[in-house]
Design a protein around this ligand. Structure first.
Ligand code: MRU
Length: 351
């Protein structure tokens, strides 16, 4: 499997190669390790929608590379026609998934790059490809910095609970919440990670467990509904999760089940941390109530591994994310530093 040069641990989630976008197929993990090559931008959009690639920062990188791919294959035309085609591609990416702020952040960055480049197709193509590759490279460097900033929050011997996958697979590499855990490990700290299974798509069981095990980081898988009992028994020292979108006041949207964990952590006096790059922060949204929450296919709940597990015709509610109020969060770890309450002030200073 390809890995990042100079990085011992990190998986290479997505990269640009020979005019195509290559990504690890996260639907197939952990049973099959295979890479998917997208040569058409519409394939990248489908990959975002069907969770071949997922996790807020990875979705942003995929969108940037997908937009570059779309423009690369445009026929030459007038500047106005090129702009229209570019905007149409961006619009299609913006409709892929609604919650992850990084998707819209990456599209905005590609739009700025387009605006700053000469009007003819060739330099536009080259500039957009370079920008997309840069967004991917920067993401890995940002996660490394974020990990360095957050590792002091992890005491030696810590028993850590995490939810979903906020690892190398959810980013271009290294990870956010798992980046902090990796950085603590690299410092020589002993730790143990409890991995929430993360119903209904099992990002914890399938992806986080796989990432941790291939680096021999001690870990134990639990079903989501076991977290409270584990805390009650005094087995959890801290919780750390990633984020899909953070509002200006620190309210944080993350994988469904995160809010319940934050409540449990508060009830047991356990610190609850969020790790995310600044590109996940949406300063235009005053609070988490304004964050759009994706609702996904009911089949994620009615079926398991393609086999029906619920009665035909059952009504289903399947939100993919929930919002944790800022008051339940002890700190937000970013590449610019660790933000402590009051978050509104800390976030304003970072932006
Ligand atoms: O539906 P997903 O798998 O894209 O949801 C991912 C999450 O909720 C992650 O925790 C979040 O994106 C943080 S990733 C660094």
């Amino acid at each position: 499997m390809p890995r990042d040069e100079g990085m011992n641990h990190s998986i290479r989630t997505i990269y640009w190669q020979d005019g195509a976008v290559v990504m690890i197929d996260q639907r197939a993990l952990p049973l099959v390790e295979r890479y998917v090559t997208c040569t058409d931008y519409r394939e990248v959009i489908s990959a975002i929608k069907d969770l071949t690639i997922r996790g807020a920062p990875a979705i942003g990188v995929a969108a940037a590379m997908g937009i570059a791919l779309g423009v690369r294959r445009l026929p030459d035309a007038s500047p106005a026609a090129i702009r229209d085609a570019f905007n149409e591609i961006c619009k299609q990416f913006a409709a892929a998934r609604p919650t992850a702020r990084n998707l819209f952040w990456a599209i905005e960055r590609m739009k700025r790059c387009f605006d700053e480049t000469a009007r003819s197709l060739r330099p536009i193509r080259e500039a957009l490809i370079a920008e997309a590759i840069r967004i991917g490279e920067e993401d890995i460097a940002i996660n490394r910095r974020l990990g360095q900033n957050g590792r002091a929050l992890i005491p030696d011997g810590a028993r850590i609970l995490t939810h979903c996958n906020a690892g190398a697979l959810a980013t271009a590499g290294y990870g956010t919440a798992l980046g902090v855990i990796r950085a603590a490990r690299e410092e020589g700290k002993k730790l143990h990670v409890y991995v929430d299974e993360t119903r209904p798509v099992l990002q914890g069981a399938r992806l986080t467990a796989w990432e941790l095990m291939r680096e021999a980081i001690p870990c134990t898988l639990i079903a989501d509904n076991m977290a409270g009992f584990l805390m009650q028994r005094g087995e959890v020292d801290l919780v750390i999760v990633g984020a899909d979108r953070i509002a200006a006041n620190g309210d944080t949207a993350n994988k469904i089940g995160t809010y319940s964990l934050a409540i449990l952590a508060r009830a047991h006096g356990i610190p609850f941390y969020v790790a995310a790059p600044l590109s996940t922060i949406d300063p235009a949204l005053a609070d988490g109530g304004l964050i759009p929450i994706e609702e996904r296919d009911p089949a994620e709940l009615t079926h398991c591994g393609g086999v029906r597990t619920a009665p035909e015709g059952i009504s289903v509610w399947n939100p993919a994310f929930d919002v944790t109020p800022h008051g339940l969060i002890a700190a937000i770890v970013t590449e610019a530093g660790v933000i402590r309450p009051p978050f509104a002030e800390g976030i304003r200073k970072c932006w």
